[in-house]
Design a protein around this ligand. Structure first.
Ligand code: AN0
Ligand code: CP
Length: 327
């Protein structure tokens, strides 16, 4: 599809499960910022339209901000914690379903599609089987079998609503044309997915920023994601003159799903922030205080984390709007 020329075609969305579903990031950001100022301008767009939100995993922000976005557009919302309340699902074709799974995703996706106009799903990486996660076993089955547009609320390898939020937040707070944005790994006691980091890098590659990733050896992201991005293994060097420090823990991609170090030397603290160009601090939340980031940083005037979570609503709202407009 053409990227320019026909404004009707720009960002008309059939689904939003990946940063690659964005055709024009800058116009999507502009429209999200318009919605932030005018959240109730399109209340009739969602009239008699329903979004179903399925959660295979916990959530605070994604659940409430996406619900708020849908309500702002006049939609009805149905939410289900499918892991707790639904039948265990089978994803393989041709299996003899003698074990735990009581229902196949083939029926489940078609059935749910009859009850809604948009289907949004959260399904985290299992972090055991790299191939299964990077093939997006769960999300791609819903994309295949559902007859309504699918929105990702974080899948095994991407968190595109978070990344759109982050791009909006950088745009709002940047003080120069090409700010230096540093994605810094930080320690965490548990193995976390690469999804947030993957989507953040992907969206920053579409933005006019000087992007640097810093992490300990062994934490390299999928090579296609980090292609053409500079990696600086020395965190303090990476922080020099940074305008934004975006922090996230992820488990190893190569030694898949493993926690290789929990070295507190990688925690974000005030001393490191002093190396930056008075950088803004960003994190998608939830965050473990004094493990990932020191209190003094997250509580400082340069911390954007609360504003960032506010922008989740408008990122979701612009995506739902584009999908509803597509028809
Ligand atoms: C999840 C993750 O790292 O993918 C969700 C982040 C939005 N984080 C945790 O499980 C702590
Ligand atoms: N940032 C984010 O997705 O938060 P939740 O996991 O609380 O939804």
């Amino acid at each position: 599809m053409a990227r320019s020329g026909n404004p009707e075609k720009i960002n008309k969305m059939k689904k939003y499960t990946s940063i690659s579903d964005i055709t024009s990031l800058s116009s999507l950001i502009d429209e999200a910022l318009f919605l932030k100022k005018n959240p109730y301008n399109f209340q009739s767009l969602g009239k008699n339209k329903t979004i179903v939100m399925l959660f295979f995993n916990p959530s605070l922000r994604t659940r409430l901000s996406t619900q708020k976005a849908a309500l702002n557009l006049g939609m009805e919302v149905m939410v289900m914690n499918i892991s707790d309340d639904g039948w265990a699902l089978e994803f393989e074709d041709g299996t003899i379903m003698k074990n735990t799974a009581a229902e196949h995703v083939k029926e489940a996706a078609q059935v749910i599609s009859q009850y809604c106009d948009i289907l949004a799903i959260r399904t985290f990486a299992g972090l055991v089987n790299k191939k299964e996660d990077y093939n997006e076993k769960v999300m791609s089955a819903f994309v295949k079998y559902a007859s309504v547009p699918i929105v990702s609320l974080e899948s095994a390898t991407e968190h595109p609503l978070q990344a759109l939020t982050d791009a909006i937040t950088v745009k709002e707070h940047q003080k120069k044309v090409r700010p230096k944005v540093v994605l810094s790994w930080a320690p965490h006691p548990k193995a976390l997915p690469q999804a947030v980091a993957n989507s953040f890098v992907s969206v920053m590659k579409l933005s006019d920023v000087d992007l640097v990733i810093t992490h300990p050896y062994g934490y390299e992201l999928h090579p296609e994601i980090s292609e053409n991005v500079s990696i600086e293994y020395n965190q303090e060097k990476a922080f020099a003159n940074a305008d934004f420090i975006y922090t996230k823990n992820w488990s190893a991609y190569t030694n898949y799903g493993k926690v290789l170090t929990t070295d507190s030397d990688w925690m974000i603290n005030n001393k490191k922030m002093l190396l930056t160009n008075s950088a803004k601090f960003m994190h998608c939340l939830p965050v473990r205080r004094n493990v990932v980031v020191e209190d003094a940083v997250i509580d400082s005037k340069n911390s954007l984390v609360i504003e960032q979570s506010n922008n989740r609503t408008f990122a979701a709202q612009v995506v739902l709007k584009k999908i509803l407009e597509n028809g």
